[in-house]
Design a protein around this ligand. Structure first.
Ligand code: DC
Length: 232
């Protein structure tokens, strides 16, 4: 069973999705980290996703992406057997290029295939941009988390582990707006809510409140569907 959580950058998806996974006893999967990991490794190998997308695509043939199920709700992502360093995938250099990686069609195909496989691991709470529209269009539970750019900039700056270079609220808001623009207007799998997703405006809600709302929807949905209740 999959719970799909989509939405723009820094809306609070990760915190919410992690909480939902914990509360439901499911596995939390952050697909943005997959796009970031590929961006990081492409930059390491001299393939700039903006100027040399074909080099990034060519890299995929010899690359392995694994999820190791460790203790706790979140599996550890590893590329070619090396666990990813959070500081590397969240660096400004990766943030500046990741939207270009996410526009490369073979990259999306390669990752969607692996995301679908990961979705079979059990009760999976997967967050991203296209989980409800492309990865799991048949998912029973789909949510799209919205928040205004300034609220999102505040949340990003408050995020532990976020690496920012002398960032101000305005510069972070501008970076978020730039990335939204790229994500919403790309030709394949643009950022948008699935027709059957519940859109949640989170400007005035805490992450815990959003998570409770989602968990409530799942409980209500599953109580009407007894064959699934053993999962939660
Ligand atoms: O969630 P995030 O900010 O870590 O995502 C990084 C980038 O990856 C973002 O620019 C959009 C892209 N992305 C995507 O296109 N599809 C996904 N399912 C997840 C992320």
């Amino acid at each position: 069973m999959q719970v799909a959580i989509d939405g723009p950058a820094a809306a609070g998806k990760s915190t919410v999705a992690r909480l939902v996974a914990e509360k439901l006893g499911g596995i939390y999967i952050n697909t943005g980290d997959m796009y970031r990991a590929l961006t990081w490794i492409a930059l390491q190998r001299g393939g700039d996703p903006e100027t040399a997308p074909e080099r990034v695509a060519a890299m995929l043939d010899n690359l392995r992406l694994d999820y190791r199920l460790a203790d706790g709700a979140a599996p550890v992502l590893a590329l070619d057997g090396h666990p990813l360093e959070p500081a590397a995938v969240r660096s400004p250099a990766v943030a500046a290029k990741v939207s270009f990686t996410a526009r490369i069609p073979p990259v999306r195909d390669w990752l969607v295939e692996r995301q679908r496989r990961a979705g079979q691991l059990g009760l999976v709470v997967m967050e991203g941009r296209d989980i409800g529209t492309v990865v799991f269009p048949g998912a029973k539970y789909k949510f799209f988390i919205e928040a205004s750019p300034m609220v999102r900039a505040r949340r990003r700056l408050a995020q532990p582990g976020e690496v920012v270079d002398s960032a101000t609220l305005e510069s972070v808001a501008a970076e978020i707006a730039r990335r939204d623009e790229l994500d919403r207007n790309r030709r394949i799998s643009p950022l948008r809510p699935a027709a059957d997703a519940e859109v949640i405006d989170t400007d005035h809600l805490t992450a815990a409140e959003v998570a409770d709302l989602i968990v409530e929807r799942v409980y209500v949905g599953e109580s009407q569907c007894p064959s699934h209740t053993r999962h939660i």
